[in-house]
Design a protein around this ligand. Structure first.
Ligand code: FEO
Length: 395
């Protein structure tokens, strides 16, 4: 986690977290890891922007000391209070008690609520500017991206935006922190989408509001607090985020997510046929087994694809609970306005569709065709499964 020099006097200190198993206690990042990026601006007035998780505070402060004596830092800007960025606050205050904390008015209250810190704080307002010497900061209120206190910080002379969570992603950029260090960005864009759907999607409208505030602002560098720093093509990640955010309200992309789960294999027998039918339709298709795939990896497909096919059995008069959990999380993350179809096995009375009707009402999903069958599917059922998948894909 060596510091990176963004410009002559702006540095990124990326903390590499390879030890957290579940981000927010929910989202698997064991394989991918995550970074907490903090930024230092050295000028007549020296500023630090955001910190890192408490677990890494000692290593973080050690790296910070290679750039500046903390006792010479004038300001700590807190864009966002979530503990992955503020956890090192007490340790930082011990090292830099003179640093004035700058944040939104809500941050001031949260500093007391979360850390018991009430002194040496000043709230800044939307659009307020702060001269550092040759740099100038502008604070941009961005409430609910993704907590109510959140703001972005913009450095005017280098046209650098520090948007904290926005435009960030899971994953550790091992071979350079800049987008220009990679000829293929697909891994980072995939992980940015997963991060977006896991963390930010429920606040898509506030993201669009923040996007409106950024329009017309020259952006040479996007420097988020997770993942890559975008200075080769900063508009790329902005456009992706705004496109994803628009799916909170507008129809998403032509494509189908096939979600399936089975207790004893009867529904599974039908999955292959429905899948064949969907593939025959030519529609872009993403398939997830909900019994083996954490919902973190399922949400991106649900968010992007307009169609959803659910294959799962009835379980004790309702839908197979593992599938219910996926749909409940989709509701929490505001995955709304989808076209859906259902197939699955039942033993005697059915009941899965009763759950689906009630659940879809809350999410504005339209349930089209239903293909259910008793016990194992017959040859006729399997033929019907192929046609069912093809029809849905073509619709
Ligand atoms: Fe990366 Fe909302 O914290």
């Amino acid at each position: 986690m060596k510091p990176n020099q963004l410009s002559e006097n702006i540095f990124c200190l990326p903390v590499h977290d390879r030890s957290t198993r579940l981000f927010e206690g929910l989202w698997p990042i064991e394989k991918e890891g995550i970074t907490y990026n903090s930024y230092l601006i050295r000028d007549e007035k020296t500023v630090l922007i955001d910190l890192c998780k408490e677990l890494f505070q000692e290593d973080y402060l050690k790296e910070l000391r290679t750039l500046v004596d903390p006792a010479r830092i004038d300001y700590l800007v807190i864009n966002h209070m979530e503990p992955d960025h503020s956890g090192a606050l007490h340790a930082f205050r011990q090292a830099a008690p003179q640093a004035l904390i700058l944040g939104s008015a809500k941050t001031v209250k949260m500093l007391d609520d979360f850390f018991g810190i009430t002194a040496n704080i000043r709230s800044v307002s939307d659009g307020e500017e702060l001269d550092l010497g040759s740099h100038k900061l502008r604070f941009i209120s961005a409430p609910m991206v993704h907590w109510p206190e959140t703001m972005f910080t913009y450095e005017v002379s280098t046209q650098t935006l520090f948007p904290c969570d926005a435009f960030g992603g899971y994953g550790i950029p091992e071979n350079g922190i800049y987008d220009g260090d990679y000829s293929d960005l697909s891994y980072f864009e995939t992980e940015a989408l997963r991060y977006y759907t896991n963390i930010v999607a429920a606040f898509s409208k506030p993201v669009l509001n923040a996007g409106d505030k950024l329009s017309g602002l020259p952006l040479r560098t996007i420097a988020p607090s997770h993942g890559l720093v975008w200075n080769k093509d900063p508009q790329r990640i902005v456009e992706l985020y705004l496109k994803w955010s628009s799916y909170g309200k507008e129809p998403a992309e032509k494509g189908v997510t096939l979600l399936h789960g089975s207790m004893y294999g009867n529904t599974d027998k039908m999955v292959a046929e429905v899948r064949r039918g969907l593939e025959a339709s030519g529609v872009p298709l993403t398939v997830h087994d909900v019994t083996t795939t954490p919902v973190s990896y399922i949400l991106p497909a649900l968010w992007i694809n307009q169609g959803v096919v659910i294959g799962a059995p009835t379980y004790e008069g309702t839908l197979f609970p593992t599938m219910q959990m996926v749909l409940h999380m989709a509701e929490i993350k505001r995955v709304f306005n989808k076209q859906a179809a259902y197939f699955g096995s039942y033993g005697w009375g059915g009941g899965a569709t009763r759950f689906l009707n009630a659940q879809f009402e809350k999410m504005n999903w339209k349930l089209g065709e239903v293909l259910d069958f008793v016990g194992q599917p017959t040859e006729d059922d399997l033929k019907a499964g192929f046609a069912f998948g093809k029809r849905f894909g073509e619709s």
